[in-house]
Design a protein around this ligand. Structure first.
Ligand code: APR
Ligand code: PHB
Length: 389
């Protein structure tokens, strides 16, 4: 088999890149380790920056997003019962859109299938070869056969546990990591959202988040011990804990119900440099991870896709290498600013096991400063809605 760009990973990064390249006449094949059903069963965050919405429109895949997505002009931080609303429209001039990442991925798959884009599912033993040559190729097993795809470039969109990042020699890679001493216990419930905007709550008992998917489907999280287990948490125990962490006026009107999904996720900050080696480009979670506090996982993958799609399009359509040659530099410049914001939001809103009274006072002072200072709210708003590409 041969293609122009082999894309490893059929998650949102890989599919969005494939769709944008298709629009420019660039041929791709997507290799995905799991089944499409498994990929679409993953529950992920649902806050989209305008840049991602614009790319979905450019990709011709935003019809349902535009119809069903919820525009949010504000978001709320709380510190016990103190509430700070960050006016995104006033400070940043654009909203965020609440729309499940699973729906983004489903819309991208529907588009790829509509024009017959080639996606191979349940591929095994993917290996990237010839990355430092001008004839890279991918070998893998599929349908019980050993197969090979020759290509011009490989986009490693295979997430944190994929093969692409590790295909860059260790002596070329520099990795940066911070693992947080807690996790997030999340549930999905068929209940109306607690509030019309998201609430990020810092309480004496730890962090909580009130989010949503639509008017009838809510997503909630509470900070939990890393050693905690989902089976330790009944729905009732979850709701009781959530009520104790969010502002009382919200807790009093909280509508609870049975969880339809319940899971615990660890939190980490991670970046691997460079994001290009020879004919391989890393994109999304394959290159970087953020704690979910700033809702930046998918949105930081989207800016990688923006730079890589632009670079590859210039290469094929204008015979201009500058975009791909500067890809890693440009993508990392934005990734590090997003890492900083996600780390800052996580540090501000969570209770740390080794936190002393001074540390707590620093969190309280930061929240008080946010409450009274327009410039502080402006900075948070502009990071939350998404820095320019
Ligand atoms: N070969 C083929 N596919 C692979 C391999 C492999 N060796 N390893 C992993 N994959 C697939 C995974 O099954 C997954 O579907 O690559 C895909 C990677 O998708 P994501 O992990 O969703 O990463 P990405 O597309 O970069 O999206 C980033 O999604 O996971 C969230 O929090 C993340 O919001 C962020 C966004
Ligand atoms: C979610 O809706 O799952 C969500 C929203 C915002 C975040 C994290 C998760 O910061």
């Amino acid at each position: 088999m041969r293609t122009q760009v082999a894309i490893i990973g059929g998650g949102p990064s890989g599919l969005l890149l494939a769709q944008l390249l298709h629009k420019e006449g660039v041929d791709t094949i997507v290799l995905e380790r799991r089944t499409k059903e498994h990929v679409l069963s993953r529950i992920r965050a649902g806050v989209l920056e305008q840049g991602l919405v614009d790319m979905m429109r450019a990709a011709g895949t935003a019809e349902r997003l535009d119809r069903e997505g919820f525009k949010h002009d504000g978001t709320v931080l709380s510190f016990n019962d103190e509430i700070v609303r960050i006016d995104l429209a006033k400070h940043a001039g654009r909203p965020v859109t609440v729309y499940g990442q699973t729906e983004v991925t489903a819309d991208l798959y529907a588009a790829r299938e509509s024009w017959g884009g080639e996606t191979l599912f349940e591929v095994d033993d993917v290996e990237l070869k010839g990355l430092d040559s001008d004839a890279p190729y991918v070998t893998f097993r599929h349908d019980g056969q050993d197969k090979r795809i020759d290509c011009d470039f490989i986009a490693g969109c295979d997430g944190f546990h994929g093969v692409s990042r590790k295909s860059i020699p260790e002596n070329v890679r520099t990795e940066y990591e911070k693992v947080y001493p807690f996790g997030w216990l999340g549930i999905l419930s068929e209940t109306p959202p607690a509030n019309h905007e998201l609430i990020y709550a810092n309480s004496s008992r730890g962090f909580a988040l009130c989010s949503m998917r639509n008017a009838h489907l809510s997503r909630y999280y509470v900070q939990c011990e890393l050693s905690d287990k989902v089976e330790n948490w009944s729905d009732e125990a979850f709701w009781d804990e959530l009520r104790r962490r969010i502002p009382q006026e919200v807790a009093e009107t909280l509508v609870t119900g049975p969880s339809i999904e319940k899971s615990i996720a660890p939190l980490r900050s991670f970046v691997s440099e460079p994001m290009r080696w020879g004919r391989l480009f890393l994109c999304g979670d394959a290159a970087h991870i953020v704690p979910p506090t700033g809702a930046k996982g998918l949105n930081s993958a989207a800016s990688d896709v923006y730079y890589l799609h632009q670079g590859l399009t210039r290469y094929y359509n204008d015979k201009d290498n500058e975009g791909i040659d500067r890809y890693s530099e440009k993508a990392l410049a934005r990734v590090w600013k997003v890492e900083r914001f996600s780390w800052w939001m996580t540090s501000l809103l969570h209770r740390f096991p080794d936190q002393n009274p001074f540390d707590l006072k620093m969190q309280q002072a930061e929240i008080a400063f946010l409450q009274e200072n327009e410039a502080a709210q402006h900075a948070l708003a502009n990071n939350y809605v998404g820095l320019p590409y």
